[in-house]
Design a protein around this ligand. Structure first.
Ligand code: KIV
Length: 260
């Protein structure tokens, strides 16, 4: 098994798994120092391209951003989201996952869904492709983005899906907006780490979208915490640049070229 995958698995019940998304090299190289896992999420569709849904994200977009991210990743496990419409059946999923791995040199791929995708997960794992699961809110297919685990049926289904995915061989699972007690139950019942986003501190690790965390993207979601205001930093730098160009304070002699 991939050593980086084993490292994530070994964190269960020992230490929290630190995960963030990245869509480019410069950001990835900063995150790599602090993260165990860097996810090239298809959230890039809404964050970077203003798409209404992740359904519009293409395999080419994921591959291109992942190639950039790879340049900044040295030690973290790099996971790439398989976009909507690229894993309808085991054969298609294997072809597309192989392409993603070949082109991006990522360590693993992430798929959204429960029982329905088990044959796909099994095929990928049989072909030595490490798979991360994603349960709870499924942005690629859900119509309503409300938290999961309200009714008994939903709770039972999610618990069963998580167990089935674990038995199929996934090494970790993202729980998106899963009710606190249910997230605790799933985490306790699985041997693999659960990575929460909007699913409480009961999960084995946490993930956030980096643009939300640094205040570059204004998120409307309750589960996001903004740790910095990078928008403010860029604003003041660009304002100063404009002022200096207008006042002929930039560029100076030292920024220019001259024949001797
Ligand atoms: O697409 C994404 O960025 C994700 C994370 C938010 C878990 O799936």
């Amino acid at each position: 098994m991939n050593k980086k995958v084993t490292k994530i698995l070994n964190k269960k019940n020992k230490s929290k798994v630190i995960c963030l998304t990245a869509y480019s090299k410069n950001v990835a190289s900063i995150l790599d120092k602090y993260c165990d896992l860097i996810l090239v999420g298809d959230s890039l569709g809404s964050v970077l391209y203003n798409f209404k849904s992740t359904k519009e994200v293409t395999l080419d977009m994921m591959i291109n951003h992942s190639k950039s991210v790879k340049q900044g990743v040295k030690k973290s496990l790099m996971v790439v989201d398989m976009p909507y419409n690229t894993y309808h059946n085991p054969k298609e999923a294997l072809k597309n996952a192989r392409l993603v791995i070949k082109k991006t040199k990522c360590d693993a791929i992430k798929l959204e869904g429960g029982r329905k995708i088990i044959p796909i997960v099994k095929t990928l794992i049989k072909n030595k492709i490490p798979v991360m699961g994603h349960l709870g809110i499924l942005p690629q297919t859900d119509k309503k983005f409300t938290f999961k685990g309200r009714q008994i049926k939903e709770i039972t289904n999610l618990l069963r899906d998580a167990k089935n995915l674990e038995e199929a061989g996934i090494f970790s699972v993202v729980l998106e907006c899963v009710e606190t007690t249910l997230a605790k139950k799933i985490t306790k019942h699985l041997k693999i780490p659960t990575i929460g986003i909007g699913s409480s501190a009961n999960c084995d690790g946490q993930v956030l979208v980096i643009d939300d965390l640094i205040g570059l993207n204004k998120s409307k979601f309750k589960f996001v915490k903004q740790y910095a205001d990078v928008k403010k930093v860029i604003n003041s730098a660009v304002k100063k640049y404009k002022f200096e160009v207008l006042k002929k304070q930039f560029p100076k002699f030292k920024h220019s070229f001259k024949n001797k």
